[in-house]
Design a protein around this ligand. Structure first.
Ligand SMILES: Nc1nc2c(c(=O)[nH]1)N[C@H]1C(S)=C(S)[C@@H](COP(=O)(O)O)O[C@H]1N2
Ligand SMILES: [Mo]
Length: 417
């Protein structure tokens, strides 16, 4: 079901497609059209595309941190995430494979198929935009491995600190409306996505990642097939021209460069669905313990968490001045019901103001004013509580083999005097 979804153009038309795709990409990166395009040798990689400065290539803030270049992974930082809606230059990048090099909106197709679909249907982007109502939601996307660097023994994978999270505004059509149009059977259990990125091995038959969500999550109003982020076409690196966006679950279920949705009669079995990927031990284990695959459970809703986005850690203030502390809090499928900060390593906590979410699955903004009793070194710790009464732990929570779901309190340093 995976790659057969894709159109299988003849060698010549595929070449033309790639060439036009390259020209479109050059135009997008260079911000100008290629004047002597017809003289460009076939297979030639234009200089602007050879530039491997990721800050220029992906138009990112210079304070993002490169974790990896093959595939490209870049981390954001708490102080960059102060905006209520994260601007695209401040958003972390997580890729499992190679970014597609030909992305043509005009030829883009989404195939909906799978065991629970009796007649598969194909949509162009124009079909989606014309035939379905469009919605805009702010949706929090956090990598399941955000905070991994704090686990001991260390877990392999990108050593994210706290910057693999954002809340952008997404515009698109509801997956549920499209699935209704296709018609899905009672046997639908799960959906799986298919994308246009390439496996690191270069093998075109292997998908780098093909994850999904239970059918109930797929049918939520906020689960979108999105074509705009923050009111503009989605940036290439974040999934242009079409992306599945399902907030509140690990961001790995929000497939970029979306080409297919398979409606499955069983839990989707695409790349990175099997243990140990994006799974945690069903029952707590000791640090470093080996966990058999059958005892690993799929991560669904992300846990309650918060981030202090102002001030930046290391702030200095004068004695007697009060400090405004602010940031965001989120709780997967739930809401954040309370937010506290401590300046005495968790002995006492003061309540913060918390705004209601703009819509379900959007992060919530908190703020408070803190006063310090004397000069010296302090830490401000932030702790969110979800609508079920669960709070963030003050220490790193349950160790797990892949280092997922670290929702420990965020801490910043402040010097007074
Ligand atoms: N097609 C595709 N979709 C993908 C991925 C990918 O590698 N390929 N990475 C996933 C993971 S693991 C994360 S955390 C998010 C990252 O989204 P971002 O790059 O917009 O921050 O995209 C998800 N969607
Ligand atoms: Mo991720």
């Amino acid at each position: 079901m995976a790659k057969e979804n894709k159109q299988a153009p003849s060698v010549n038309s595929r070449r033309k497609f790639l060439r036009n795709g390259t020209l479109a990409t050059v135009a997008a990166v260079a911000g100008a059209k290629v004047v002597f395009a017809s003289s460009m040798p076939e297979g030639y990689v234009p200089v602007v595309l050879q530039d491997d400065d990721p800050y220029k290539l992906f138009k990112k803030d210079k304070d993002l941190i490169v974790l990896n270049n093959k595939p490209w992974n870049m981390e954001s930082q708490p102080h960059l995430l102060d905006d209520k809606v994260t601007p695209s230059d401040k958003i972390f990048i997580r890729n499992n494979g190679l970014i597609p090099d030909s992305l043509e909106e005009a030829n883009w197709e989404l195939v909906v198929d799978g065991e629970a679909v009796s007649s598969p249907k194909t949509y162009s982007l124009t079909d989606l935009k014309r035939d379905f109502q469009q919605y805009t939601y702010q949706l929090t996307l956090e990598c399941g491995g955000n905070g991994r660097s704090e686990f001991y023994p260390p877990a392999s994978g990108n050593q994210w600190k706290t910057g693999a999270v954002y809340c952008a505004s997404w515009t698109g059509v509801r997956l549920k409306d499209v699935l209704e149009d296709v018609g899905i059977g009672d046997n639908a259990v799960y959906i799986g996505y298919h994308s246009a990125d390439t496996h690191l091995s270069g093998n075109p038959d292997k998908e780098p990642i093909s994850r999904g969500v239970p059918i109930a999550k797929a049918l939520q109003e906020e689960t979108l097939l999105a074509f705009e982020m923050n009111g503009e076409a989605i940036p290439i690196v974040h999934g242009y021209p079409l992306r599945l966006v399902a907030g509140g679950f690990p961001a790995s279920v929000s497939g970029k460069w979306l080409t297919g949705i398979s409606v499955r009669d069983k839990v989707h079995d695409g790349a990175k669905m099997a243990a140990p990927s994006y799974r945690v031990p069903c029952k707590p284990v000791s640090p470093g313990e080996e966990v058999p695959d059958e005892e690993m459970c799929i991560i669904e809703s992300m846990p309650v968490k918060s981030l202090i986005t102002y001030p930046k850690s290391g702030a200095k203030i004068d004695l007697g001045d009060s400090l405004e502390v602010r940031g965001h809090a989120w709780a997967g499928e739930l809401e954040v019901s309370a937010m506290h900060v401590s300046i005495d390593f968790g002995q006492t906590w003061q309540t913060c103001e918390v705004e209601a979410p703009v819509n379900r699955l959007a992060w919530q903004h908190f703020k408070t004013t803190v006063k310090f009793p004397q000069d010296g070194y302090y830490e401000v710790w932030a702790r969110a509580t979800d609508s079920n009464g669960a709070s963030q732990p003050m220490v790193v929570p349950g160790w797990n083999p892949k280092g997922y779901l670290n929702n420990a309190c965020h801490r910043i340093a402040v010097k007074v005097g």
